[in-house]
Design a protein around this ligand. Sequence first.
Ligand code: 5GP
Ligand code: ZN
Length: 135
Amino acid sequence: MENCIFCKIANGEIPTNTIYEDENFRVILDNGPATKGHALVLPKSHYADLFEIPEDVAAGAVKVAKKVAGTMKEKLSCDGLNLVQNNGEAAGQTVMHFHLHIIPRYKDDGQHILWKPTSLSAEVLEEIRKTIAGE
Ligand code: 5GP
Ligand code: ZN
């Protein structure tokens, strides 16, 4: 993808703050971090989102995230960690190259990554379940 910033970053065409790299992925620090250590797992190949990315590459991204998460726990002494992955504008995706956010969390860090719960009746929940399960 010619004009994709994350393709350029992932493939080393634009210098960046790499914290991990292997044959298929580069992990960089987010330049607008939610917390200290907020990082992004970037596949070196271009896939817009979770719908496009092949299963094995998605699995590889989670493997890399697990490795980096362990390092963050050890080196940054974070108290928790969120993995976040946005797909589509409606879900908050702003860069249309698949990426997995690794967000170390600290007690009282003031961030709000969780959603606002709603409530649905048991009937509506069951309808949704059937639709998704294909029943
Ligand atoms: P999204 O909202 O698409 O899930 O996340 C995009 C993330 O990429 C944002 O957190 C944003 O701060 C980060 N970002 C956007 N452009 C750049 C860049 O050029 N370099 C780095 N390091 N991070 C970027
Ligand atoms: Zn790309």
